[in-house]
Design a protein around this ligand. Structure first.
Ligand code: PEP
Ligand code: MN
Length: 341
């Protein structure tokens, strides 16, 4: 339920209503806006009805949040959320590009690739230390050693980092090493993991599950936000459809749809979305054109030697070219490329 106070309502009124909401066993929320104070009440809305807040002299309106996801919905918060990843803004008017290899393979590989993407204009680096692979025989990542490398390279290059966390037991180590968590497609509905990330104040890039609807995705985001962490970035990375020509079907319609439904920033990962290197630049530009707030792109200094996802990884030169061509699309959607520092 959303309770909009009259412009003349003071802090005492807000406090009084918030404590009434809490006394009913609902979760009270205080959202001071630009023009008005808005209060929220989450839980069984029938209970709130008994308070008859619509009759309160300082209440302008009381309306239910119709979306099943509450805190991440636009109904709940009209303004875009801007998330800060290691000092770099994403969301609102800020467009952030994060690039790097699929997996952290070695110090040399991370340094070479990180230097190249940073020089080309990426404002963050990616690289998985824990890799959830379809086959148990595939490279599973370097684990703690990978996290150590990621942190060292991030400090050396002055670029924030994002890396995947695959289980609750690793949350602490990943938190200490990276600027943001990545929750992978295979873990989008690992509700224990989502809840654990909700207790931390570090951004989470939540990737869409390959068989998840937009509603599933936004409800997964709601798990994190409702537990107390507001810094969630949604990532469209393609879904499974009957089409087999590409690795996944990149659902770009999801971008403007989610942006209309939710205030959270939305990124696009055209690498996993297509699985084909040549398709990454055009789909990255299309993502910027349809209103995405950022991109997550796989780049490897030597894709032929990559231990995972080499086929979809850009060569550094291709990434550099893409960054040059991307700017007009970012401009056209009224955003600016974020830079670190
Ligand atoms: C990745 O980013 O390398 C990855 C495994 O992504 P996804 O979870 O989207 O498959
Ligand atoms: Mn990958």
């Amino acid at each position: 339920m959303i309770i909009v106070l009259k412009p003349e309502a003071g802090k005492e009124t807000a406090d009084e209503i918030l404590s009434d909401i809490e006394a009913c066993g609902l979760k009270p929320l205080h959202m001071p806006g630009k023009e008005r104070v808005v209060l929220g009440a989450l839980g069984d809305e029938r209970v709130l009805g008994k308070l008859h807040l619509e009759n309160h002299p300082m209440v302008e309106s009381v309306k239910p949040i119709l979306a099943p996801y509450k805190m991440v919905s636009r109904e709940f918060k009209a303004d875009d959320t801007v998330v800060n990843i290691g000092g770099v803004p994403i969301g609102g008017e800020s467009f952030m590009v994060i690039a790097g290899p699929c997996a952290v393979e070695s110090r040399e590989q991370m340094l070479k690739t990180g230097e190249a993407v940073g020089k080309a204009g990426a404002s963050g680096i990616r690289g998985g230390a824990y890799k959830p692979r379809t086959s148990p025989y595939s490279f599973q990542g370097l684990g703690l050693e990978g996290l150590r490398i990621l942190r060292e390279v991030s400090e050396k290059l002055g670029l924030p980092t994002i890396t995947e966390v695959i289980e609750v037991a690793d949350v602490e180590a990943v938190e200490a090493a990276a600027s943001a968590f990545q929750v992978g497609a295979r873990n989008m509905q690992n509700f224990r993991l989502l809840s654990a990330l909700g207790e931390i104040r570090k951004p989470v890039v939540l990737k869409r599950g390959m068989a998840a609807t937009i509603q599933d995705l936004l409800l997964a985001a709601e798990y994190i936000v409702s537990k107390g962490n507001p810094d969630v970035i949604i990532c469209e990375r393609g879904i499974k459809t009957f089409e087999t020509a590409m690795r996944n079907t990149l659902d770009l319609g999801a971008v403007p749809y989610i942006k209309a439904e939710s205030h959270l920033p939305v990124m696009v990962d055209p690498s996993h979305g297509t699985g084909i290197r040549e398709l990454v630049p055009p789909m990255a530009k299309a993502a910027a054109a349809c209103g995405a707030d950022g991109l997550l792109i796989e780049v490897h200094h030597d894709p032929a030697s990559a231990l995972s996802d080499g086929k979809q990884s850009l060569y550094p030169g291709q990434f550099e070219q893409l960054m040059k061509e991307l700017e007009v699309f970012v401009d056209a959607s009224g955003k600016k490329l974020s830079r670190p520092g």
